[in-house]
Design a protein around this ligand. Structure first.
Ligand code: HGY
Ligand code: MN
Ligand code: MN
Length: 434
């Protein structure tokens, strides 16, 4: 395939404009939710963030619509009729007490790209679509990437009834509450023939780029995730009246299982697996009552599908054995399961060549975090561009990326889309001439 070159002078992203957009989104956070940003999936706050995105993109003259899943799409028309679209974007929802960059950086980079194109009146043959996905975080309902799963045809309306948040609200009820009837989600599916390629810029959420001093990451693999709910039922009883040998303590069983999960992930057989219990709920949760029930929420990640699933199966098997030994009941349920994804090599190489053409140092690396790109890649060839995360921290109020770093990533994104436009154009021309 021909090596795309950068004809025009490189586009230059404006760090100050990026900062203004980041600050605007960071203000849209649940009042009283504590430090950082809390803007959960399918809440009015998430919708307000989408409205800001839509307003800014309309102001640039783009055609904007919101689909039946709550994803917002803005299109800049191409010069040649009938060509499939190039796309870029990320998500606007957050985990509780998040930083201001996870997902947001990719949306802001897309917005700045659209602005640079508009200001320079950049020409491109293919339409270019800028996307804000809904409900990427699994923090509220367990399942991640709901908006992008829906466009990829990976989620049916009945799936949305099965997922519930901590208050018992189903994903379907939450969608309906902000104006998206779940029975209509099939209307949001993307047709592969309508798309040529998609790129997502995201913060690395790890420490490789920062520790090596490399400004841009080009992602080759995205980790999969298996999420489990482990339900331990013992016998609630008085902490003073119940001798140690007569207890069925759900909390001590849970404690053993949390450390068991850590040991499984650290086992050399599972090198590369990451397994975490980030949420534990104990009932009745009283200092003077032995816990009668404990629920553990487990997240198992790996870039290798077999290792991921084997680790999850071993966790369930050995947790069951620990509970049997302790005389408490055990049940396990899979909350969500996504496979690791290998992103198309040719698209990865286009981004790498664009970095080289811009004189930007880059590194090809896997993603430990999941992303919308994992789902989009089911219907559209997808690439990912990483920018550094300070101290490798994310899903925390201290998550941070400088706007200078984000500007470099944005310029790579903007140039890569144009390189793809030319790449496909030449291929289209060649096919036409064939
Ligand atoms: O959980 C993840 O990996 C992503 O941040 N949603
Ligand atoms: Mn994210
Ligand atoms: Mn996240």
């Amino acid at each position: 395939m021909s090596t795309p070159t950068i004809d025009a002078a490189p586009l230059s992203a404006d760090p100050q404009r990026l900062q203004t957009l980041l600050d605007g989104f960071a203000e849209l956070s649940e009042p009283g939710a504590g430090p950082g940003v809390t803007r959960l999936a399918y809440t009015p706050l998430e919708r307000r963030a989408h409205e800001v995105f839509a307003r800014e993109m309309r102001a640039l003259g783009l055609t904007v619509w919101t689909d039946a899943a709550g994803n917002t799409i803005a299109e800049r028309a191409g010069d040649t009729a009938g060509l499939p679209a190039l796309g870029t974007g990320s998500h606007l929802d957050s985990v509780p007490n998040a930083g201001g960059f996870d997902g947001i950086a990719g949306v802001v980079a897309a917005m700045e790209t659209a602005r640079m194109y508009a200001e320079r009146d950049t020409r491109h043959a293919h339409p270019i679509r800028f996307v804000a996905f809904a409900a990427e975080e699994g923090a509220r309902f367990g399942q991640a990437c709901t908006g992008s799963r829906i466009i990829a045809g990976l989620t049916e309306p009945e799936d949305l009834d099965a997922k519930r948040d901590a208050h018992g609200t189903t994903l379907a009820e939450a969608m309906r509450s902000v104006g998206f009837p779940p029975e209509q989600v099939a209307e949001a599916r993307w047709r592969p023939e309508d798309w040529a390629a998609f790129l997502e810029l995201h913060i690395e959420q790890g420490g490789v780029l920062e520790s090596t001093g490399i400004p841009v990451g080009v992602v080759d693999l995205i980790s999969g995730s298996t999420r489990l709910l482990l339900d331990i039922t013992g016998r609630a009883s008085h902490t003073g009246g119940t001798p140690m040998h007569l207890r069925a303590d759900a909390m001590t069983a849970a404690a053993e299982i949390v450390l068991l999960i850590e040991s499984i992930a650290n086992d050399t057989r599972h090198r590369g697996t990451r397994a975490t219990v980030g949420r534990m709920e104990a009932l009745p949760g009283s200092i003077t009552t032995i816990a009668g029930r404990v629920q553990l929420y487990v997240d198992v990640r790996d870039v290798d599908s077999d290792r991921q699933r084997f680790a999850a199966a071993e966790i369930v098997e050995r947790a069951q054995a620990a509970c049997t030994h302790r005389g408490v009941k055990f049940a396990a349920r899979t909350l969500a399961d996504a496979s690791p994804v290998i992103l198309p090599g040719w698209l990865r190489d286009t981004i790498a060549r664009t970095c080289a053409g811009l004189g930007v140092d880059y590194r090809v690396l896997p993603s430990g975090a999941s992303h919308d790109s994992q789902m989009v890649n089911h219907v559209v060839p997808t690439g990912m561009i990483f920018v550094p995360s300070r101290d490798g921290i994310s899903h925390s109020p201290v998550e941070w990326t400088s706007t200078d770093e984000l500007a470099v990533g944005t310029e790579v994104l903007a140039a890569s889309l144009l390189a793809l436009d030319r790449q496909f154009d030449r291929r289209d021309e060649k096919e036409d001439r064939a």
